[in-house]
Design a protein around this ligand. Sequence first.
Ligand SMILES: NC(=O)c1ccc[n+]([C@@H]2O[C@H](COP(=O)([O-])OP(=O)(O)OC[C@H]3O[C@@H](n4cnc5c(N)ncnc54)[C@H](OP(=O)(O)O)[C@@H]3O)[C@@H](O)[C@H]2O)c1
Length: 129
Amino acid sequence: MEFETILGYLENKTILITGATGFVGKVLVEKILRVQPDVKKLYLLIRASGANSATQRMHNEITGKELFKVLRKECGANFDSFISEKVVALSGDVTFEDLGVKASKLKEEMCNEIQIILNSAAITKLNER
Ligand SMILES: NC(=O)c1ccc[n+]([C@@H]2O[C@H](COP(=O)([O-])OP(=O)(O)OC[C@H]3O[C@@H](n4cnc5c(N)ncnc54)[C@H](OP(=O)(O)O)[C@@H]3O)[C@@H](O)[C@H]2O)c1
């Protein structure tokens, strides 16, 4: 019953996810797309030098991983179009103002569209300053 409620809640929602290249973040991205393919959009905030390199990191470190094999199988030939329709990789950093997102049009879109923020960006080294 509770799971059904969560699925219903995620339907048609736009979500910002940080830390998506990390251990927890990539599992979260895969799970949302697999159990609720009717989610509207996922923005993934990824540390990168620009939008293209954020997209490259997304393909290499998230959607291209073995973890996505079930979803890849379920989508078949539509996997790539499903990912490009649902997932937007953004270049940014949670320690910067406005999360390091510079383009004003993109910032405006994000402010208007995002309904949920899932923050999994973290430094997990115990000896970090
Ligand atoms: N792993 C577990 O078993 C576990 C269990 C319970 C809770 N947690 C919690 O879940 C969170 C994530 O843990 P994890 O194991 O997934 O860590 P992780 O594998 O080290 O991933 C950390 C993520 O945060 C990103 N990140 C770090 N600094 C950032 C910044 N300044 N701006 C944007 N992104 C940044 C990293 O991006 P880069 O790829 O660019 O470095 C990476 O995607 C932590 O709060 C942790 O305590 C983890």
